[in-house]
Design a protein around this ligand. Structure first.
Ligand SMILES: [Zn+2]
Length: 309
Protein backbone atom coordinates (compact mmCIF):
# COMPACT_ATOMS: atom_id res chain seq x y z
CA UNK A 1 0.00 0.00 0.00
CA UNK A 2 1.37 3.43 -0.97
CA UNK A 3 2.01 5.78 1.97
CA UNK A 4 1.80 9.55 1.63
CA UNK A 5 2.97 12.61 3.53
CA UNK A 6 2.70 16.36 3.27
CA UNK A 7 5.93 18.36 3.36
CA UNK A 8 5.95 22.05 4.26
CA UNK A 9 9.15 23.96 3.61
CA UNK A 10 9.00 27.40 5.22
CA UNK A 11 11.48 29.86 3.73
CA UNK A 12 12.13 33.56 4.03
CA UNK A 13 10.35 34.40 0.77
CA UNK A 14 8.07 31.45 0.08
CA UNK A 15 6.45 28.42 1.62
CA UNK A 16 6.27 25.23 -0.39
CA UNK A 17 3.56 22.64 0.34
CA UNK A 18 4.20 19.23 -1.21
CA UNK A 19 2.35 15.94 -1.40
CA UNK A 20 4.72 12.99 -1.80
CA UNK A 21 5.05 9.24 -1.36
CA UNK A 22 7.48 7.17 0.70
CA UNK A 23 9.26 6.18 -2.52
CA UNK A 24 10.02 9.82 -3.29
CA UNK A 25 7.36 10.59 -5.87
CA UNK A 26 6.10 14.19 -5.69
CA UNK A 27 2.43 14.43 -6.71
CA UNK A 28 1.88 18.15 -6.29
CA UNK A 29 3.75 21.22 -5.09
CA UNK A 30 2.04 24.49 -4.15
CA UNK A 31 3.75 27.76 -3.31
CA UNK A 32 2.62 30.42 -0.87
CA UNK A 33 4.51 33.73 -0.87
CA UNK A 34 5.63 34.57 2.66
CA UNK A 35 4.92 38.26 2.14
CA UNK A 36 1.26 37.55 1.44
CA UNK A 37 1.00 36.14 4.96
CA UNK A 38 3.39 38.21 7.06
CA UNK A 39 1.63 37.52 10.29
CA UNK A 40 2.23 33.98 11.60
CA UNK A 41 -1.41 33.19 12.46
CA UNK A 42 -2.67 34.25 9.04
CA UNK A 43 0.18 32.34 7.46
CA UNK A 44 -0.69 29.16 9.37
CA UNK A 45 -4.31 29.53 8.25
CA UNK A 46 -3.11 29.72 4.66
CA UNK A 47 -0.86 26.67 5.10
CA UNK A 48 -3.78 24.77 6.69
CA UNK A 49 -6.10 25.71 3.82
CA UNK A 50 -3.51 24.69 1.25
CA UNK A 51 -3.00 21.27 2.90
CA UNK A 52 -6.75 20.74 3.20
CA UNK A 53 -7.18 21.60 -0.49
CA UNK A 54 -4.50 19.07 -1.51
CA UNK A 55 -6.02 16.35 0.70
CA UNK A 56 -9.43 17.06 -0.81
CA UNK A 57 -8.14 17.14 -4.37
CA UNK A 58 -6.24 13.83 -4.16
CA UNK A 59 -8.73 12.16 -1.84
CA UNK A 60 -6.12 10.08 -0.04
CA UNK A 61 -7.51 7.52 2.46
CA UNK A 62 -6.75 8.41 6.08
CA UNK A 63 -4.78 5.19 6.74
CA UNK A 64 -2.40 6.02 3.87
CA UNK A 65 -1.63 9.58 4.99
CA UNK A 66 1.11 9.43 7.62
CA UNK A 67 1.41 13.07 8.58
CA UNK A 68 2.93 16.46 7.99
CA UNK A 69 6.61 17.43 8.11
CA UNK A 70 7.75 21.05 8.45
CA UNK A 71 11.21 22.44 7.76
CA UNK A 72 11.94 25.91 9.15
CA UNK A 73 14.98 28.20 8.93
CA UNK A 74 16.93 28.55 12.15
CA UNK A 75 17.22 26.31 15.19
CA UNK A 76 14.01 24.72 16.42
CA UNK A 77 13.14 22.57 19.40
CA UNK A 78 11.80 19.58 17.48
CA UNK A 79 10.25 18.03 20.61
CA UNK A 80 8.20 21.06 21.66
CA UNK A 81 7.51 22.22 18.09
CA UNK A 82 7.75 25.89 19.07
CA UNK A 83 9.73 28.32 16.94
CA UNK A 84 12.53 30.35 18.53
CA UNK A 85 13.55 33.87 17.55
CA UNK A 86 14.92 33.77 14.00
CA UNK A 87 16.03 36.66 11.79
CA UNK A 88 14.57 34.74 8.83
CA UNK A 89 11.09 34.49 10.30
CA UNK A 90 10.23 37.60 12.28
CA UNK A 91 6.93 37.34 14.14
CA UNK A 92 7.03 33.57 14.53
CA UNK A 93 8.84 33.41 17.85
CA UNK A 94 7.05 31.18 20.37
CA UNK A 95 4.33 30.12 17.92
CA UNK A 96 3.29 26.49 18.63
CA UNK A 97 3.25 25.55 14.95
CA UNK A 98 2.91 21.79 15.47
CA UNK A 99 0.02 22.01 17.94
CA UNK A 100 -1.94 24.49 15.81
CA UNK A 101 -1.61 22.46 12.60
CA UNK A 102 -2.33 19.21 14.40
CA UNK A 103 -5.59 20.68 15.78
CA UNK A 104 -6.64 21.96 12.39
CA UNK A 105 -5.70 18.99 10.22
CA UNK A 106 -5.97 16.06 12.65
CA UNK A 107 -2.69 14.54 11.48
CA UNK A 108 0.66 13.95 13.23
CA UNK A 109 3.02 16.91 12.68
CA UNK A 110 6.84 16.83 12.81
CA UNK A 111 9.14 19.84 12.69
CA UNK A 112 12.87 20.41 12.30
CA UNK A 113 15.42 22.98 11.23
CA UNK A 114 15.42 23.05 7.41
CA UNK A 115 19.06 21.94 7.05
CA UNK A 116 18.50 19.03 9.45
CA UNK A 117 15.37 18.14 7.48
CA UNK A 118 17.34 18.30 4.21
CA UNK A 119 19.94 15.96 5.75
CA UNK A 120 17.13 13.51 6.56
CA UNK A 121 15.89 13.97 2.99
CA UNK A 122 19.29 12.70 1.81
CA UNK A 123 19.05 9.79 4.27
CA UNK A 124 15.59 8.73 3.06
CA UNK A 125 15.60 9.68 -0.65
CA UNK A 126 19.09 10.84 -1.64
CA UNK A 127 22.83 10.29 -1.40
CA UNK A 128 22.74 9.00 2.19
CA UNK A 129 20.27 6.14 1.62
CA UNK A 130 22.79 3.43 2.41
CA UNK A 131 24.92 5.37 4.90
CA UNK A 132 24.93 5.43 8.69
CA UNK A 133 27.02 8.57 9.16
CA UNK A 134 27.18 11.52 6.82
CA UNK A 135 27.04 15.29 6.88
CA UNK A 136 24.79 17.38 4.66
CA UNK A 137 25.82 20.94 3.86
CA UNK A 138 23.73 23.48 2.00
CA UNK A 139 25.49 26.44 0.45
CA UNK A 140 23.09 29.12 -0.76
CA UNK A 141 22.49 32.63 0.59
CA UNK A 142 23.81 31.18 3.88
CA UNK A 143 25.64 27.98 4.82
CA UNK A 144 23.76 25.39 6.88
CA UNK A 145 24.15 21.75 7.67
CA UNK A 146 22.87 18.63 9.33
CA UNK A 147 24.73 15.76 10.95
CA UNK A 148 23.33 12.26 10.46
CA UNK A 149 24.94 9.99 13.02
CA UNK A 150 23.96 6.36 13.19
CA UNK A 151 20.99 7.07 10.94
CA UNK A 152 19.60 9.86 13.12
CA UNK A 153 19.92 13.64 13.15
CA UNK A 154 22.34 14.73 15.83
CA UNK A 155 20.65 17.85 17.29
CA UNK A 156 22.93 18.67 20.20
CA UNK A 157 22.13 19.81 23.75
CA UNK A 158 20.55 23.09 22.61
CA UNK A 159 19.32 22.02 19.13
CA UNK A 160 22.12 23.95 17.38
CA UNK A 161 24.41 21.09 16.31
CA UNK A 162 25.32 21.20 12.63
CA UNK A 163 25.50 25.01 12.42
CA UNK A 164 28.40 24.49 10.04
CA UNK A 165 28.08 28.01 8.62
CA UNK A 166 29.45 29.37 11.87
CA UNK A 167 32.68 27.38 12.06
CA UNK A 168 35.50 29.92 12.27
CA UNK A 169 37.71 29.92 9.16
CA UNK A 170 39.41 33.34 9.43
CA UNK A 171 40.46 34.66 12.87
CA UNK A 172 39.08 38.20 13.37
CA UNK A 173 37.68 38.01 9.85
CA UNK A 174 34.57 39.51 8.26
CA UNK A 175 31.56 39.95 10.50
CA UNK A 176 28.80 37.40 10.23
CA UNK A 177 25.05 37.81 10.75
CA UNK A 178 25.32 35.58 13.85
CA UNK A 179 27.30 38.33 15.59
CA UNK A 180 30.63 36.49 15.27
CA UNK A 181 33.57 37.11 12.95
CA UNK A 182 35.33 35.03 10.34
CA UNK A 183 32.56 32.40 10.05
CA UNK A 184 32.46 30.01 7.07
CA UNK A 185 29.15 31.60 6.01
CA UNK A 186 30.85 35.00 5.66
CA UNK A 187 33.41 33.47 3.25
CA UNK A 188 31.75 30.64 1.36
CA UNK A 189 28.01 31.41 1.04
CA UNK A 190 26.43 32.77 -2.13
CA UNK A 191 26.21 36.12 -0.35
CA UNK A 192 29.96 35.99 0.32
CA UNK A 193 30.75 35.07 -3.30
CA UNK A 194 28.67 38.04 -4.48
CA UNK A 195 30.46 40.37 -2.07
CA UNK A 196 33.90 39.12 -3.20
CA UNK A 197 32.83 39.98 -6.74
CA UNK A 198 31.58 43.44 -5.74
CA UNK A 199 34.89 44.12 -3.97
CA UNK A 200 36.97 42.94 -6.94
CA UNK A 201 34.97 44.41 -9.82
CA UNK A 202 33.04 47.32 -8.32
CA UNK A 203 29.99 45.93 -10.16
CA UNK A 204 26.65 45.56 -8.47
CA UNK A 205 25.29 42.02 -8.25
CA UNK A 206 22.41 40.66 -6.23
CA UNK A 207 23.70 37.13 -5.61
CA UNK A 208 25.92 34.23 -6.57
CA UNK A 209 23.64 33.20 -9.46
CA UNK A 210 24.61 36.34 -11.35
CA UNK A 211 28.29 35.86 -10.51
CA UNK A 212 28.07 32.26 -11.71
CA UNK A 213 26.57 33.35 -15.04
CA UNK A 214 29.32 35.97 -15.46
CA UNK A 215 32.00 33.37 -14.61
CA UNK A 216 30.59 30.95 -17.16
CA UNK A 217 30.72 33.62 -19.82
CA UNK A 218 34.39 34.31 -19.17
CA UNK A 219 34.47 37.06 -16.51
CA UNK A 220 37.72 36.33 -14.65
CA UNK A 221 36.83 38.22 -11.49
CA UNK A 222 33.57 36.35 -11.27
CA UNK A 223 35.46 33.07 -11.55
CA UNK A 224 37.97 34.19 -8.90
CA UNK A 225 35.12 35.09 -6.53
CA UNK A 226 33.66 31.62 -6.87
CA UNK A 227 37.05 29.96 -6.42
CA UNK A 228 37.70 32.02 -3.30
CA UNK A 229 34.42 30.71 -1.87
CA UNK A 230 35.51 27.17 -2.82
CA UNK A 231 38.81 27.61 -1.00
CA UNK A 232 37.10 28.53 2.29
CA UNK A 233 34.39 25.91 1.93
CA UNK A 234 37.20 23.36 1.50
CA UNK A 235 38.65 24.43 4.86
CA UNK A 236 35.24 23.88 6.45
CA UNK A 237 34.97 20.41 4.88
CA UNK A 238 38.48 19.52 6.06
CA UNK A 239 37.61 20.47 9.64
CA UNK A 240 34.49 18.30 9.53
CA UNK A 241 36.42 15.38 8.03
CA UNK A 242 39.03 15.64 10.77
CA UNK A 243 36.49 15.78 13.59
CA UNK A 244 33.95 13.20 12.43
CA UNK A 245 35.44 11.35 9.44
CA UNK A 246 31.92 10.60 8.12
CA UNK A 247 31.28 8.25 5.20
CA UNK A 248 30.41 11.27 3.09
CA UNK A 249 29.81 14.98 3.02
CA UNK A 250 26.83 15.64 0.77
CA UNK A 251 26.65 19.12 -0.73
CA UNK A 252 23.58 20.97 -1.93
CA UNK A 253 22.21 24.50 -2.30
CA UNK A 254 21.89 27.20 -4.93
CA UNK A 255 25.63 27.92 -5.14
CA UNK A 256 26.17 24.49 -6.74
CA UNK A 257 23.44 25.11 -9.30
CA UNK A 258 25.11 28.23 -10.64
CA UNK A 259 28.78 27.32 -10.10
CA UNK A 260 31.38 27.47 -12.88
CA UNK A 261 32.95 24.17 -14.00
CA UNK A 262 36.17 24.52 -11.97
CA UNK A 263 34.44 25.28 -8.66
CA UNK A 264 34.10 21.63 -7.60
CA UNK A 265 37.75 20.88 -8.36
CA UNK A 266 38.93 23.91 -6.35
CA UNK A 267 36.71 22.86 -3.47
CA UNK A 268 37.96 19.27 -3.26
CA UNK A 269 41.54 20.50 -3.72
CA UNK A 270 41.23 22.85 -0.75
CA UNK A 271 39.63 20.11 1.37
CA UNK A 272 42.52 17.81 0.48
CA UNK A 273 45.11 20.47 1.30
CA UNK A 274 43.61 21.16 4.73
CA UNK A 275 42.44 17.74 5.92
CA UNK A 276 44.27 14.93 7.64
CA UNK A 277 45.17 12.72 4.61
CA UNK A 278 43.46 9.60 5.95
CA UNK A 279 40.31 11.58 6.80
CA UNK A 280 40.21 13.01 3.26
CA UNK A 281 40.86 9.62 1.67
CA UNK A 282 38.02 7.90 3.52
CA UNK A 283 35.35 10.64 3.35
CA UNK A 284 33.53 10.99 0.03
CA UNK A 285 32.47 14.43 -1.17
CA UNK A 286 29.19 14.09 -3.08
CA UNK A 287 26.79 16.42 -4.84
CA UNK A 288 23.19 16.00 -3.66
CA UNK A 289 20.99 14.15 -6.17
CA UNK A 290 18.09 16.18 -4.72
CA UNK A 291 19.68 19.49 -5.73
CA UNK A 292 17.01 22.17 -6.01
CA UNK A 293 14.36 20.15 -4.14
CA UNK A 294 16.08 19.40 -0.84
CA UNK A 295 13.56 21.48 1.16
CA UNK A 296 10.57 19.51 -0.11
CA UNK A 297 12.22 16.10 0.27
CA UNK A 298 13.51 17.12 3.70
CA UNK A 299 10.06 18.04 5.00
CA UNK A 300 8.61 14.78 3.61
CA UNK A 301 11.46 12.74 5.10
CA UNK A 302 10.61 14.08 8.57
CA UNK A 303 7.34 12.17 8.36
CA UNK A 304 8.65 8.93 6.86
CA UNK A 305 11.57 8.86 9.29
CA UNK A 306 9.38 9.47 12.36
CA UNK A 307 6.56 7.06 11.46
CA UNK A 308 6.62 3.49 10.23
CA UNK A 309 5.38 3.34 6.65
ZN1 LIG B 1 28.47 33.26 12.03
Amino acid sequence: MIKYAIGIDIGGTKISVTLGTSSGKILVRKKILTRTCRESKACLREIGASVAAILGEFNIPKNQMLGIGIGVPGPVNSTKGVLPRSPNLPGWEGVPVCRLLKQKLKLPVFIANDANAAALGEAVFGAGKKMKDFIYITVSTGVGGGLVMNGQIYEGAGFVAGEIGHIGVVPEGKSCKCGGRGCLEAYASGTAIASFYREMSGKKVTGAKEVGLAARSGDRRALQSYLKGAYYLGIGLANLMNILNPEAIVLGGGVFMSSPATYWKALTRSAKDHAWPEAFRTTKILLSPLLGHSGDFGALALVFKNTRP
